[in-house]
Ligand binder design. Structure first.
Ligand code: PGA
Length: 251
C-alpha cells in the first residue's frame, strides 16, 4: 500500500503574513492526520518562516525549484544545501510553469533531480502534456519523454525515493480537471514506464500524484483510483479549509 501524499504548491502567491498564517492554520488542523504525508511548498523568500512554524509537525516543507550546483557564483539561484539548512525535505522539479514559461528542459531538470537526491531530499518530478499534444494523441509519448529525460541515470534505489506528479498542463489553474478515468489511464501508463526501466518492485513503491485543478469536491474520486497516490495542489492549497478538504479526501 502506498501512503497518500498531498502537497501544496503555493507558486508565486501570498505575502509573509499570509504564508505564516496559512502554515499556522495547517499546523493546527492537520495535527491529527496519520493516514497521509502532507507538505507545503512556499515561495523561496517565505520558506524559512514557514519551516519554523512547521518544525516538528506532520506537515513537511518543500521548495518549488532549486539549482543543481553547490554554493558558489550562481547569481539569483538557490542551492540544495541552503534548502537543507532551513529544514526543507522536498523540492518540486520540472513543473510545467518552469518548463513552458521559464524554458527549462529535461536535461536541466535531470541535473536538479540528481542534486536533490544526492543531498537526501525528495524530488517531486512533474510531467504532463499540453492540450494540443493530448488532442494529437501524443500524451503517452510526451510523458515518456519527460520521464526518461528527467530521470536519466538514476539507480533503482534513487528512483524509489522520487515522487512523480502527473499534471496535464491543460488542467493546471484552469478549473478543467482531468476525469478520474483520464488521470488513472495516464498514471497506470507512467507506472508501466517505471517498471520498464526500474522493475516492478520500484514501480509498486513510487507515489504518483495528480495535479491540475484538484479541489475538495473532486479529490475523492481522483484519489480513489488505483494508481493515483496523492495530489500536487495549486489554487486549492492557498486556503486552510480547501487544502484540508483535499487531505481529508485521502483518508
Ligand atoms: P492547480 O495547480 O491546482 O491550481 O491547478 C496545480 C499545480 O500546478 O501544481
Amino acid at each position: 500500500m502506498r501512503r497518500p501524499f498531498i502537497a501544496g504548491n503555493w507558486k508565486m502567491n501570498l505575502d509573509r503574513a499570509a504564508a505564516v498564517a496559512l502554515a499556522e492554520g495547517l499546523k493546527e488542523k492537520a495535527a491529527g492526520v496519520d493516514y497521509a504525508d502532507i507538505a507545503v511548498c512556499p515561495p523561496f523568500v517565505y520558506l524559512d518562516a514557514v519551516a519554523q512554524v512547521l518544525k516538528g509537525t506532520n506537515v513537511g516543507v518543500g521548495a518549488q525549484d532549486c539549482y543543481f550546483e553547490g554554493n558558489g557564483a550562481f547569481t539569483g539561484e538557490v542551492s540544495v544545501e541552503m534548502l537543507q539548512d532551513i529544514g526543507c525535505q522536498y523540492v518540486i522539479l520540472g513543473h510545467s510553469e518552469r518548463r513552458h514559461i521559464i524554458g527549462e528542459d529535461n536535461e536541466l531538470t535531470n541535473k536538479k533531480v540528481k542534486a536533490v537526491l544526492a543531498a537526501g531530499l525528495i524530488p517531486i518530478l512533474c510531467i504532463g502534456e499540453m492540450l494540443e499534444q493530448r488532442e494529437a494523441g501524443q500524451t503517452d509519448d510526451i510523458n515518456a519523454e519527460q520521464f526518461f529525460g528527467s530521470l536519466a541515470g538514476l539507480t533503482a534505489d534513487e528512483m524509489k525515493k522520487v515522487v512523480i506528479a502527473y499534471e496535464p498542463v491543460w488542467a493546471i489553474g484552469t478549473g478543467k480537471v482531468a476525469t478520474p478515468q483520464q488521470a488513472e489511464e495516464v498514471h497506470a501508463n507512467v507506472r508501466k514506464l517505471i517498471e520498464s526501466r526500474f522493475g516492478k518492485e520500484v514501480a509498486d513503491a513510487v507515489r504518483i500524484q495528480y495535479g491540475g485543478s484538484m479541489k475538495p469536491d473532486n479529490a475523492k474520486d481522483l484519489l480513489g483510483q488505483a494508481d493515483i497516490d496523492g495530489g500536487l495542489i495549486g489554487g486549492a492549497a492557498l486556503k486552510v479549509d480547501s487544502f484540508m478538504g483535499i487531505i481529508e479526501a485521502a483518508k
